[in-house]
Design a protein around this ligand. Structure first.
Ligand SMILES: Nc1ncnc2c1ncn2[C@@H]1O[C@H](COP(=O)(O)OP(=O)(O)O)[C@@H](O)[C@H]1O
Ligand SMILES: [Mg+2]
Length: 302
């Protein structure tokens, strides 16, 4: 288990804000009995059939909502008045992702909300089962395939990419290296004029003090490659509006990301008598089509 995480570790992280270094659970033994780790308790969680593989949970517990492509078994489950997303994964990965999501939520970043990690699962016959990461189902969110299945506006792809660029810049400004950016790992919320994007899969991510340009560029480059592939896949299923150029959309992500990043981080400093510089920057962001309300503007430091 330990060795699974090592290749992803940046050596500096051990000295910095590594989840692994701070997480005492990472080296704790597998619990023998069912263990639900959560920030707040919900007694209904104990009534769920944890002794069954998630893929075999009874239909009447499940919520039939649009779900993206995933490597693992993921199900939406009614728990009282809430709907939770459950993902069956190894214990180390579940604990790591839970902790990362908690830290991202504390930084008020747009991600799904972690609810619990369930470990020590066993079948009736005593066979060990994988852990489950529980997050709150993000209401009204759509995975990208569902978005295209419902939305015939020709600029859907552009609006989606713009939202993803905002999400990536926000995560990178906070020091989050994603490592697995793709449309499948994002959820979209739609309002009248724009989409907003939420991170859903933090499994490969790492929260650091500062990202290097190389790390940011790796995320951007992988996003581009994955987006082009995912759009081509939509296109072969006739889900993409005709005339959409997959490669141009992939390149748009790179352009939007860089424009936004430099509009926010270019190093002209603001003096107290230079408020016009802030105004200029806000105007530049507006010209780029970004909603400045979405971003926290800092007047000092950058
Ligand atoms: N909290 C959530 N709210 C809404 N949808 C979710 C949530 N968690 C997961 N999903 C859906 O399940 C899919 C797979 O989840 P993900 O964490 O990416 O799994 P995997 O690690 O197997 O790729 C996502 O694309 C998303 O559509
Ligand atoms: Mg995923």
């Amino acid at each position: 288990m330990e060795s699974l995480e090592l290749p992803q570790m940046d050596p500096r992280v051990l000295k910095a804000t590594s989840v692994k270094a701070e997480d005492p659970a990472a080296s704790s033994p597998e619990p023998h009995a069912l263990k639900i780790t959560a920030a707040s308790s919900n007694p209904k969680m104990f009534t769920l059939p944890w002794e069954k593989p998630l893929a075999t949970w009874p239909e009447d517990l499940l919520a039939n909502l649009p779900r993206g492509i995933s490597r693992h078994v993921v199900r939406f489950v009614h728990v009282g008045d809430e709907v939770y997303a459950m993902k069956e994964i190894t214990r180390n990965v579940a604990e790591r992702e839970y902790e990362l999501l908690r830290r991202l939520q504390k930084l008020e970043l747009p991600t799904v909300q972690p609810i619990a990690v369930v470990t020590g699962r066993h079948s009736r016959e005593g066979e060990p089962l994988e852990a489950i990461l529980v997050t709150k189902h993000l209401k009204f969110s759509l995975p990208y395939r569902a978005l295209f299945a419902r939305n015939l506006r020709p600029d859907t792809a552009e609006r989606m990419i713009d939202a993803l660029a905002v999400l990536m810049v926000r995560l990178h400004l906070a020091g989050f290296y994603w490592g697995d950016v793709s449309l499948s790992n994002v959820l979209f919320l739609r309002d009248a004029y724009a989409f907003s994007a939420f991170l859903v899969d933090a499994e490969t991510g790492d929260l650091q003090i500062n990202l290097t340009e190389g790390q940011r560029e790796y995320d951007v480059d992988l996003a581009r490659t994955n987006i082009i592939g995912e759009l081509m896949d939509l296109s072969s299923g006739s889900l993409l509006p005709s005339g959409v150029d997959e490669i141009a959309i992939g390149n748009r992500l790179v352009d939007r990301y860089h424009s936004l990043w430099s509009a926010l981080t270019d190093t002209d400093k603001f003096g107290p008598d230079e408020m016009w510089k802030i105004e200029k920057r806000v105007n530049k962001l507006n010209e780029l089509g970004f909603d400045v309300d979405e971003l926290e503007m800092k007047t000092a430091g950058r």
